[in-house]
Ligand binder design. Structure first.
Ligand code: HEC
Length: 135
């Protein structure tokens, strides 16, 4: 009985992130069509913390979004709060492909000084859409 209850609990917890994550497959298919290959959470995590020199010191994606995906961020320049990036705590994340593309364009240019490639966008989105426990 005890084992069964634990098993159900474990299954329930394990299933939760997938149930709340956005369906990013259409966007990933676009990136593949644009020449990208397989996508990985590990690669996305690396890109998320990749530092590039800026006028006020090094920048990375976490400069505004914070280093924990399940916690709110704070805009580096305006100080405005930003919703957490984990779809498990902010259910509207990555549900609007036009919004995702708009902000990839803006944020990649600002943070890295150039657009992200389809490969980078696919890796980043795969990472962001995964469980916050991978952070
Ligand atoms: C200067 C601050 C800032 C930095 C640095 C930044 N972002 Fe953002 N990002 C924002 C803001 C503001 C929004 C829009 C508000 C929101 O979605 O909560 C946003 C939204 C996004 C979205 C859209 C999420 C959705 O719900 O569709 C993605 C994807 C994203 N950022 C990725 C990145 C990546 C990748 C990097 C690093 C290359 C990055 N951001 C760096 C401020 C920033």
């Amino acid at each position: 009985m005890k084992t069964t209850a634990l098993l159900i609990l474990a299954l329930g917890l394990g299933a939760q992130p997938a149930a709340h994550a956005a369906d990013i497959q259409p966007l990933l298919a676009d990136y593949r069509a644009a020449g990208a290959g397989g996508f990985s959470v590990q690669q996305g995590a690396k890109l998320w913390t990749r530092e590039v020199a800026g006028d006020q010191g090094p920048r990375n994606c976490g400069s505004c979004h914070g280093q924990r995906l399940d916690q709110p961020g704070e805009h580096l320049r305006t100080g405005k709060p930003i919703e957490p990036m984990a779809p498990q705590v902010a259910a509207d994340r990555y549900t609007d492909p036009a919004k995702v593309e708009k902000w990839f364009l803006r944020n990649c240019k600002w943070t890295w000084g150039r657009e992200c490639t389809p490969q980078e966008k696919g890796d980043l989105l795969t990472y962001l859409n995964a469980s916050p426990t991978t952070n």
